[in-house]
Ligand binder design. Sequence first.
Ligand code: SF4
Length: 222
Amino acid sequence: MGKRLPMHGEKTIVEHITVGLGKVSAALRSQAWEGGIERRLTPTQGQILLFLAARSGTAVRLNDIAGELCLTAATVSDAVMTLVDKKLIKKARSAEDQRALALTLTAAGLLEAKQTSGWTEVVQAGVSSLTPDEQAVFLRGLTKVMHSLQQQGVISIARMCAGCAYFQPYVHADSARPHHCGFVDAPLGEGQLRLDCPDFVPGVERDQERRWQTFVRGGQGQ
Ligand code: SF4
């Protein structure tokens, strides 16, 4: 008979996955520190540049950055001040709210953001080692984890398909592309789900709950 694996202190699969996510996060942080020393940016400043680059030149308010990056407004304000001094960010009054500041990248900031995006390459290499099917399952799993974090109030609303007014889950018979995006009017496969989409429009609460339930049930009982 083979030896039994030690049971004392054994972790559950949920705990193992949580440890794994923590290690991925630590890898990103250490890359950010390493790359930041070279580029003279803190990880927070780098995150802000990447966030503004992802918003493709749209003016963003300070509170939006704080909510998205799970940082305090004071931390973001300090980092933004430094980035403005470095001429990587410019600020102006928001067109929607004259009391709020709207931030965009300068040309130098955009270039810096492109170089900063190299910080994530190590994790991208790991994710690329998964098969397309494994990536699709992982993406679905992350969508559910992010939804739970949103429900718990830990992260702000992510611009992901599962929360988008354009998303129609399981409306196509084709199992390879069962979902539909009303924005581009095209079917979507599980591997095409977005976790940060520039065309995202938040769904209204009642529709959102129905949409979410259809998505998690895999289209059963629609
Ligand atoms: S607009 Fe973007 S987030 Fe919305 S369903 Fe289409 S791809 Fe997904």
